[in-house]
Design a protein around this ligand. Sequence first.
Ligand SMILES: [Zn+2]
Ligand SMILES: [Zn+2]
Length: 341
Amino acid sequence: MRFWCLPWTRHQVFRALGVLPVFLTVGLLVWSLGVFYAVVLPAMHGRRAAHAWFWGPAVTALWVMVVWCYGVCVMRDPGHSVARRATVSSHGGMGRQPYIRVRGGDTPRRRRADSAADWDSDDSDAGVRLTEDQLQQADLIQSITATDSGQPRYCHKCNAAKPDRAHHCSSCDMCVLRFDHHCPWLNSCVGFHTQKAFLLFVTYAALYTTVLGVLTTVYYVIWIITEQALDISLQTLFMACIAFAFAISLWGFAGFHYYLALRNLTTLETHYSNKYRVPGVASAVQPGSINLFDLGWRRNLRQAFGPSRRHWFVPTISTIGDGTRYPINFETYNELQRAAT
Ligand SMILES: [Zn+2]
Ligand SMILES: [Zn+2]
């Protein structure tokens, strides 16, 4: 569907408009550090030089980490689904092509992009039977999750099998590995390759806005007490208010996402439980709140932040695995199997 009389599709227009929140975020970050250096730091230096020598580098270091993590979240591919397509060769044997990238190219997904609805919130097959080729393709991924009827999960928009925990994002128009949510502030998805950078971003951003808000407020109060308030521009007060508003929401957001990381859940999985294949059961089993990917909080955190402690605090890629298969908790799986059969 074309967007009114414009030569672009609705998807292309929304994708282009999606960069506006990114520009706004970058603008706020640059402006906040500018006000800190132009107003707060000189005032701090005038009263106590030692404070300025400590807080100047500390705030700058936090700002650098926020920008670094934010840049990674915006620019790094969150991990899009790839399908190892199996084809039946002319002599009847099953050949294997190399990985086929779902993103880009004139795939059926591209041709169907105009009619792309919202991201698929469930795996209801609604009577759609997969072809033999699609089933072969899906089998090679070896998923533990399935649709209601026990069929492999398959994305008809990407025309590719969906690995465990992958979901189709209509904003990005692709299946994203370990899909968490589409974030308009990033104009991208939080997925397998960006989960750690996103967790670090909300953490550093919460710290940065808290420190900035407290320092600005303290020095604003001192200026008022010393009757120098008239010399202070209103934008300093404005910055303190904005910093506290962001700090409150960011701490809440960080708390929620650390809770998810500790339980090895995605935001989507808190609304929509996975359905699992169980041997001896024809249809898929949806065990309510049971999460087979929960390996205990230590291993869950290691999956999110990687095995090396040196890389825990920087947004490097250190996640375990390729994002198409995940270790499961076999104790829980055995219990599930006993209850289902
Ligand atoms: Zn898809
Ligand atoms: Zn997305």
